[in-house]
Design a binder for this molecule. Structure first.
Ligand SMILES: [Zn+2]
Ligand SMILES: [Zn+2]
Length: 434
């Protein structure tokens, strides 16, 4: 009797493609996606799947001729590319508050690229802005776009010239692809490159997908003791690291942080790792403040949203610090928060503006200028992944408590996740497990 094992049938229609087929079928059914988008190959995939099941049952009962017929069908479907292609699904932003899981055709793998199977992805404030308003600052979403950029995954394929990475490596992805030729890139300030292609920022597709193609030099190998979720957290952590570098945080700088959202909290962790002796953090939300306290803030101060309270609150904040405030980080970017930062910072200190809630601010700049307060800004980050990974691996920074919610990559999962993240409150980092 001709023995056809399940494993052999499985290899006829690769397991991976079956899994993909199943994902497509379930995800799109739940999604109530436009059925025109579910391609013919998915229907044939169903028949092929049944072929395997029927073949397996027949094999069990020993009817080998029947098995061969079904097996041939599966084999030919695979050969003709009717199943087993690169059916890759991604979360597409189609309109305001409208995200659908739909197929995403990857660009070809260049010689210096790698293909990464995404395993963990965190939702960023900018993703939520895109979701709610189809824009973030000056970046406007004009056509459907795949969301997401805080991610880590496993290398599935490497380009012909890639020497530094191998299939199976776990990597964290830096999302910004700069030109590497302009003067800013050559000076090492590549985050300011005018040609920057940043994942998940229009018009560039992001990474909330089964797989992405990414330059190998922007994929950083994770040591065994750093999880893929922690790898995905390198992106928000990078913002805190870059801000601390720009503000020259060290063992002599007392730090005030305004805003205890995800960026405020990563700035807190980074400032502590850079040696800041005393850190005070302020916010309007007591839930977020207690999280900041748990993460190691020395003092927390609850503030209002009323600009008239600035004077009174600055005194409260300075008392909470107990000594001079050397550096203030505004992780929000409202008139009130920046006014507080400029007023609370001691003579000769620095204010670093991270949050960009408003494009223009009205602030007491003159009084800050005569106290020689330096105002610095940051735009994303540069050269931060190796340090992030080292700080995570050595345990100097623990980002795990920031991950407050986890969702699966399904239509319902993405809808719930974005609503949760947009709701703020106790949601700090909302993470997808793919
Ligand atoms: Zn981000
Ligand atoms: Zn450049």
């Amino acid at each position: 009797m001709m023995k056809v094992s399940l494993a052999r049938l499985g290899s006829a229609v690769r397991c991976q493609s079956l899994q993909q087929w199943w994902l497509t079928m379930t995800a799109t059914t739940v999604a109530e996606t436009d059925w025109r988008l579910v391609r013919a190959r998915d229907g044939l995939g169903l028949v092929t799947f049944l072929a395997i099941v029927v073949g397996w049952i027949c094999n069990w009962f020993g009817s080998s001729g029947f098995v061969m017929g079904w097996r041939k069908w599966a084999l030919w479907c695979n050969r003709l590319g009717l199943v087993g292609g690169e059916t890759n699904l991604a979360a597409w932003l189609l309109g305001i508050q409208t995200i659908k899981i739909q197929p995403y055709h990857l660009p070809p793998l260049g010689p210096h690229d790698v293909k990464v199977r995404i395993k963990a992805l965190g939702i960023c404030g900018s993703d939520v802005h895109h979701f709610k308003t189809m824009r973030c600052a000056n970046f406007i979403v004009k056509k459907p776009m795949v969301l997401g950029h805080e991610c880590a995954g496993i290398i599935e394929e490497v380009g012909s010239q890639v020497k530094s990475l191998q299939v199976g490596d776990r990597v964290a992805l830096e999302p910004g692809i700069s030109c590497q030729r302009c003067s800013l890139c050559r000076d090492g300030r590549y985050n300011l490159c005018r040609e920057m292609k940043f994942s998940g920022s229009p018009p560039n597709n992001g990474s909330l997908a089964n797989k992405v193609v990414h330059p190998a030099n922007l994929c950083f190998k994770l040591p065994d003791n750093v999880s893929l979720e922690e790898g995905a957290m390198c992106e928000p952590l990078s913002v805190g690291i870059h801000a601390c570098r720009r503000a020259e945080i060290g063992p002599d700088t007392n730090v005030l942080i305004i805003g205890a959202g995800p960026i405020g909290l990563v700035t807190l962790l980074a400032a502590r790792a850079f040696g800041a002796p005393r850190i005070v953090i302020v916010d309007v939300d007591d839930c977020r403040l207690s999280m900041a306290k748990e993460l190691g803030a020395d003092e927390i101060v609850q503030v209002s949203t009323n600009i008239k309270d600035v004077g009174e609150e600055v005194v409260k904040i300075q008392n909470a610090m107990g000594s001079r405030i050397d550096v203030s980080f505004d992780c929000v970017g409202f008139n009130k928060t920046m006014s507080t930062a400029l007023s609370a910072t001691g003579v000769g200190g620095k204010v670093c503006l991270i949050g960009l809630a408003r494009t223009e601010l009205t602030v007491p700049l003159t009084s800050a200028a005569v106290r020689e307060i330096d105002v610095v800004g940051i735009f994303r980050y540069r050269n931060t992944w190796p340090l992030c990974i080292e700080l995570l691996s050595t345990g100097k920074i623990d980002v795990k408590p920031l991950i407050t919610h986890r969702f699966q990559f399904s239509q319902k999962g993405i809808e719930d996740a974005f609503q949760t993240s947009a709701g703020g409150g106790n949601a700090i980092k909302v993470m997808f497990n793919l």
